[in-house]
Write a protein that binds this ligand. Structure first.
Ligand SMILES: NC(=O)c1ccc[n+]([C@@H]2O[C@H](COP(=O)([O-])OP(=O)(O)OC[C@H]3O[C@@H](n4cnc5c(N)ncnc54)[C@H](OP(=O)(O)O)[C@@H]3O)[C@@H](O)[C@H]2O)c1
Length: 315
């Protein structure tokens, strides 16, 4: 078990959605020495800036949460940039960590990295059986190659490593801007606005039947910190509930939390995407001795309340 309380822990992307939850979780663990390379003091795309930051900050442990990421539309428009930026960040960071005496790196990857034709539940052993596809392919390729970069960086050092692959993350603090929002954030935005403006109908894409998996940001942060404490090898570990939820059920949960009572129009002219996405969580349970605790209905309710407050503050 890796001691975090007395270590200097660097969290990249520590002001982002997942990274800020990791910082909160580390603080709650009693970790008092957390350093954060931000875009202004250390652009992770700049190799020299990363090396110089690493030299002066001298972290013992690095948790890599920074990413160039967004929703489907953002990925569709920025495939090559998403690949380039995520690759370059991993290369700069992991190479520099290995040569600066960092003792451990945790790489936060994504369940989107599974092959386009993977059969659910996605088991970690099938990660390299095919290519990721669709609009998120650039992002997905780079995130999963981060594991390879980490393995190579480790080769001539004593650095240990962990790689985690979260399912769709939702909760307080999510990116709500339309092009960056994932499906939960987009629905929370739509139903909170519908409730606020008294709309009687809301349109949602597809048939509502596809199933997706969601994990609350506080749970994902706990999984990332546990992996940082307990894991020494960069063999990927899914972070999820293992329980898929249909898009229709999700819409109903969000609508109820937003106290919106109108009709949902399912726009079946829009694509559904793959029928089912969910992760095999056996390795996570065995390796971390842990499972997520927050129920989707509870997490959605607190996210809706947070966003209602944000909207009221803005108006
Ligand atoms: N959200 C999800 O549903 C989800 C699911 C699975 C995996 N993940 C993984 O979780 C991690 C965090 O995602 P997130 O949702 O928290 O994203 P996010 O809210 O967009 O946060 C990303 C962070 O990375 C920072 N960053 C980006 N480019 C940088 C650069 N060149 N130099 C320094 N910092 C840079 C951003 O800083 P700025 O604010 O300055 O841009 C931001 O703080 C990512 O690795 C992602 O792949 C997320």
């Amino acid at each position: 078990m890796r001691e975090l309380q007395s270590a200097c822990v660097a969290v990249t992307g520590g002001r982002g959605f997942v990274g800020s939850a990791v910082v909160r979780t580390l603080r709650a663990r009693g970790c008092g020495n957390i350093v954060q390379p931000t875009r202004s003091n250390c652009d992770l795309l700049d190799r020299d800036a990363v090396a110089s930051w690493m030299h002066s900050a001298q972290p013992d442990i690095v948790v890599h949460c920074a990413a160039a990421t967004g929703g489907i539309a953002w990925n569709a428009a920025n495939g090559l940039a998403a690949f380039r930026d995520n690759m370059v960040m991993s290369l700069n960071l992991f190479e520099s960590a290995a040569s600066s005496g960092v003792s451990h790196v945790t790489h936060v990857s994504t369940s989107i990295a599974y092959p386009a034709d993977a059969r659910p539940p996605f088991a970690e052993g099938t990660l390299w059986n095919g290519r990721p596809g669709g609009p998120t392919a650039g992002y997905a390729h780079a995130k999963r190659l981060g594991q390879v970069v980490l393995e190579l960086a480790q080769q001539n050092s004593t650095m240990t490593a962990a790689v985690v692959m979260p399912a769709n993350v939702y909760g307080v603090g999510a990116r709500m801007e339309s092009e960056r929002a994932n499906v939960v954030a987009a629905m929370v935005h739509r139903f909170v606005e519908a409730s606020l403006h008294g709309l009687e109908r809301v349109s949602c894409w597809g048939t509502g039947t596809p199933q997706r998996e969601f994990i609350h940001v506080d749970d994902v942060a706990e999984g990332i910190v546990l992996a940082t404490e307990r894991i020494d090898m960069p063999d990927p570990i899914n972070l999820g509930t293992g329980v898929p939820c249909s898009i229709r059920e999700l819409a109903e949960l969000v609508a109820e939390a937003a106290e919106w009572k109108g009709e949902i129009d399912w726009d079946t002219s829009k694509p559904d995407g793959v029928p089912r996405v969910c992760c095999d969580v056996q390795r996570m349970k065995a390796a971390l001795g842990w499972s997520p605790e927050i129920q989707l209905a509870d997490g959605v309710r607190s996210m809706v309340q947070w966003y209602q407050h944000e909207v009221r503050e803005r108006t």
